[in-house]
Design a protein around this ligand. Sequence first.
Ligand SMILES: [Fe+2]
Ligand SMILES: [Fe+2]
Length: 151
Amino acid sequence: MSSDEVTRLLRTAYQDEIETVMNYMTNSIVLDGVRAEEIKESLTADIQEELGHAEQLGQRLKQIGEAPPASAEFVAHQDSLQPPEDTTDVLSVIEGVLDAEEDAIETYRSLIDAAEEAEDHVTEDIAVTILADEEAHRTEFRGFRTEYASD
Ligand SMILES: [Fe+2]
Ligand SMILES: [Fe+2]
C-alpha cells in the first residue's frame, strides 16, 4: 500500500538528495585553506551517503510502480549552499549544510507520517533509517559550527 503523498515526498526527497550531492561536491572542491580541510573531508564522505539515499528512494519509487524524476523536472532550491565568493569562508558552507540537513530531516519526518498513514511500512522503514543518517550529519556540522563560531 502507498499513497499520492508518499510518492510526492519520495520524489521530493530524491531530488533534494541529488541537489545535495551536487552542492556538497562543489563545496568540497572549491574551499581553500588549512581550516577547510576537515570540512572538505567530511563533505566528501557524506556525498557517498547522500547518493546512497537517492538510490534507495529511487528503487522504492520503482517498487511502488512509480519512477524517480530526472533532470527535466529538477528545480533547485538550496540557495544557502551555493559556494561562497570567498573560498576560505568555511562558516558559510557549514551554515548551508545545516540548512540542507534541516530541510532533509523535515522531509523524512513528513515521509514517515505519510507512509505510516498509508500503511506503507517499507517506505516508513527506509525513511526512519535515512532520517537517522541526516540527524547524524546535522550533529557533526553543529559541532563544526561551534568550533568555527568560537574562533
Ligand atoms: Fe541524505
Ligand atoms: Fe545528510
